[in-house]
Design a protein around this ligand. Structure first.
Ligand SMILES: Cc1ncc(COP(=O)(O)O)c(C=O)c1O
Length: 377
């Protein structure tokens, strides 16, 4: 039997990075400034330049990054924050953590990203009810694809709200020449190891063009500090990035553009192989966008069969996400407009192995196995 295929292959990436990566880690250890050392400041500069945004402020993880921005904007009790129903829990969790109320917005069936018409409905619903003040929209660049900012941005602006882009899965993606990180009033990302740009532990960052906001984000990141370490001018959090993680990210950033290209080529090859079957819905990227392909996600009529057929052939799959947040036990008490698309796709989506080092023969094995399973092979 052929060897098992990796869902994400980070060891091949580690081998590619080789001795310079090992040396970078060693230097971070020997340097002795293990938290927020000079590599963190260098990473912040390089990430800001890469994204084309003025400020990058690193922190401990992508969830904290969202919390820090919401706190900087003073979001709290009585405020409504609009988030997609189809996303990772952190996007909505942070809203509740700051004491505000998440309002779930449906997504588009073909891109899985926030649906502008559903956003308009949700904002109108909140205004009509009059109990909460609409404040922020958090679009997510799900699976690596930028949300449809062309349509979302005018809706957010018209409503007088702030836009916080959760690009934990899509950092580095492009829409109309703009990179994620530089889109929105602020943006956040995660460096969780499985993310397209990940470290060897937890890490995250916030991004903004606004100087004043950047100062606030820096202060909140470290216990609300003022000009001196032991001056606390507001309530903050403890969310620093380890120097060793910054050193790893600096090495990974060097190959990141090449890895995005490789991921895109693999996604195109998947699409070409799988769209032969009308029983498979392949992912669609909107015109003018480049995805980082955090996940390659298809829809099939019988997902359980597909997963078990592929498993028996040594091919792993994963379901992101089986339940929309609007129906999750921890969140379903929040009033939201209907989320029928999110509810439907949660029953059909399944993600296939995706990483820059997926070899053509392994990919052919996956494509053939999927086609056979859905009865089209
Ligand atoms: C869309 C989204 N938002 C936020 C997060 C939170 O990031 P972290 O795990 O680094 O806290 C993640 C990833 O886990 C995510 O996928």
């Amino acid at each position: 039997m052929a060897a098992d295929i990796a869902f994400i292959d980070l060891q091949t990436q580690r081998k590619r990075l080789g001795e310079p990566l090992n040396l970078a880690i060693l230097r971070a250890v020997e340097g002795g400034q293990w938290i927020m050392g000079p590599q963190v400041a260098e990473l912040e500069r390089k990430l800001a330049a890469f994204a084309g945004v003025k400020h990058c402020i690193a922190c401990a993880n992508g969830t904290d990054a969202l919390v820090i921005v919401l706190r900087a904007w003073g979001i709290g009790p009585g405020d409504a924050v609009f988030v997609p129903a189809f996303t990772f829990a952190a996007t909505a969790e942070v809203v509740a953590l700051v004491g505000a109320t998440p309002v779930f917005v449906d997504v588009l069936a073909d891109t899985y990203n926030m649906a502008p018409t559903s956003l308009e409905t949700a904002i109108a619903m909140v205004r009509r009810e009059g109990k909460l003040t609409p404040r922020v929209v958090i679009p997510v660049d799900l699976f690596g694809q930028p949300a449809d900012y062309r349509t979302l941005e005018p809706v957010v602006k018209r409503a007088g709200l702030k836009m916080l882009c959760d690009t934990a899965q899509g950092f580095g993606a492009v829409l109309d020449g703009r990179r994620t990180g530089a889109i929105g009033d602020a943006a956040t990302t995660s460096f969780f190891p499985a993310k397209p740009l990940g470290c060897f532990g937890d890490g995250g960052a916030t991004f903004t063009d606004e100087d004043e906001l950047a100062d606030l984000l820096r202060s909140i990141r470290v216990h609300g500090q003022g000009s001196d370490k032991y001056e606390n001018v507001r309530i903050g959090v403890n969310s620093r990035l380890d120097t060793i993680q910054a050193a790893i990210l600096l090495e990974k950033l060097k190959i990141f553009p090449d890895e995005i290209e490789k991921r895109d080529a693999i996604a195109r090859r998947y699409n070409a192989g799988l769209e032969q079957s009308n029983r498979i819905v392949v992912p669609r990227v909107i015109a003018g966008a480049l995805s980082t392909w955090a996940q390659y996600t298809i829809q099939v009529p019988d997902r359980a069969k597909l997963q078990s057929d592929l498993k028996s052939k040594g091919i792993p799959t994963a379901v992101y996400y089986p339940i929309p947040l609007s129906l999750q036990k921890g969140y379903r008490h929040y009033a939201s407009p209907p989320t029928p698309v999110s509810e439907a796709i949660c029953t059909t989506v399944v993600s296939l192995p995706m990483h820059p080092y997926l070899e053509a023969d392994a990919q052919d094995r996956i494509i053939e196995a999927v086609l056979t399973s859905v009865g089209a092979g």
